[in-house]
Design a protein around this ligand. Sequence first.
Ligand SMILES: N[C@@H](CCC(=O)N[C@@H](CS)C(=O)NCC(=O)O)C(=O)O
Length: 309
Amino acid sequence: MQTMSFPRCSGRLSGDDQSTRRPPPCSSCRGPKPRRPGAATSGLPTSRQMITISSASGAGANRIGPCRSGDDHSAKPMSQDARMAGCGGCQEDAMLTVWGRAESSATARVMWALGEAGVPHRRLDWGGRFGGGDDPAYRAISPHGRIPAITREDGFSLWESNTIIRWLATTCPEAGLWPVDEAVRWQAQAWMDWSAAPGRVIGPVRAAYRRAEPDADEMARTIAAAAETFAVLNAQLQGRTFVVGDQLTVADLALGVVVHRWFRIPEALERPDLPAMEAWYERLRARPAYQDHVVAKVSARPQTLGMGD
Ligand SMILES: N[C@@H](CCC(=O)N[C@@H](CS)C(=O)NCC(=O)O)C(=O)O
């Protein structure tokens, strides 16, 4: 069996981010599968130990994890994709790990997606003050050393938050995050790719108001530039519940975190009203997974002028 070494675990398993939600109905056994007590942590690293796993192309890659629920999987074999995803919680041996600190916007996006899909997972603090981005073993998973990345014990790994979200949505179709209609599906892809644009303009806004001595002109200029970009999303949301229709999709998952940052700009700063986007933001805030992984984690400290990093 081929083996591959994953980065040493920092031991910071974030308990609040272990999925406690009930998994969605399993696509294979057609019914919710109860989780084994302790399944979220058994066999997983507890301190700085090396995780050795079988490679995705190795002998264990296509193995269906033993289902301990007594469900009969032979009636409807799992698809290859569902097996690789461990979707629905039936592949307990293939517990998904998210590498990334909770307050990172890219990590929060993935965590929110996992919460929406109800996929069992754990998160390890990684990147930023926790370090690890330069660990050669982590670089093997995430080539530019950025967070987040995901790994499974059978060797599957992936990086780039939007790609992880696409993978999740397509391997867990039960979650309904991947539009069935072809035209809508491609619109969602376009909005996902466009999500880099608001990502680029919100950074300068945050840098401007957080400076020790914020400059009024710089703040006004960066907010105006950001508002121009966010107005594009506001126009798209007019008359729609979510970005590409009446259902939450990958497009919302790609954009929801950066919009949270926009609405966290200190109230003292003037910014144009974007009513359709604000109504959509309120709809997102009503979702428990968004509350847990975005509102409670990203820019959670009160945002004030001159607050520093
Ligand atoms: N396009 C990447 C961006 C990844 C990225 O830049 N992540 C930031 C955190 S949001 C990062 O890794 N920063 C360095 C660090 O946290 O150590 C994605 O969406 O996954």
